[in-house]
Design a protein around this ligand. Sequence first.
Ligand SMILES: [Zn+2]
Ligand SMILES: [Zn+2]
Length: 191
Amino acid sequence: MQLSPIGYYSDFVVYPLLIAALAASGLAEAGLSGAAWWIVTCGSFVALWTLIEYWLHRAVLHHVPLIRDLHHDHHVNETASRGTPSWLSLSAHGLLVFLPIWLVTNFGMASAVSSGLMIGYLWYVCIHHILHHWHPPHAGYVYRLKQRHALHHHIDGDGNFGVTTGLWDRLFGTATPKQAARRSETRGPPL
Ligand SMILES: [Zn+2]
Ligand SMILES: [Zn+2]
């Protein structure tokens, strides 16, 4: 949805602060003996986020009524300050992930899982912003992501759903073929 400049950039401030506070308290509770377990759990959920990101984009942003329309606006006006408000994404993290896991297990597990998913989400928000607003050097990792995402926006809306990685598109058969990339190159720069 359309956000004010403060609303758009608040993720970049709120999430790092919250992740730092959650990680510090989770690691403090885990102690020296549990620190390695905490870090491995957190890292595993950073990786799991990339799969969640893929399916949210593919199944929710492109198919759920109303959300689909809001996402279509982003496809058309890609540099506009559109996105998910911090209060909404944080509520989802808190109510769907952190609280249930804390109630069922303990604070250490809840903080590790939530920190991992929030790091993954923050990484996604940062990369997505960079892809639409920066001009990364050609032939680099970020430029390849930018090309993939530009194909999703302009050539094939049914492919390249992964923003931070193309892994899941390759595994689930939704990677846009390279021929489409070459066709787009003949029409000019991707973004
Ligand atoms: Zn899309
Ligand atoms: Zn985009």
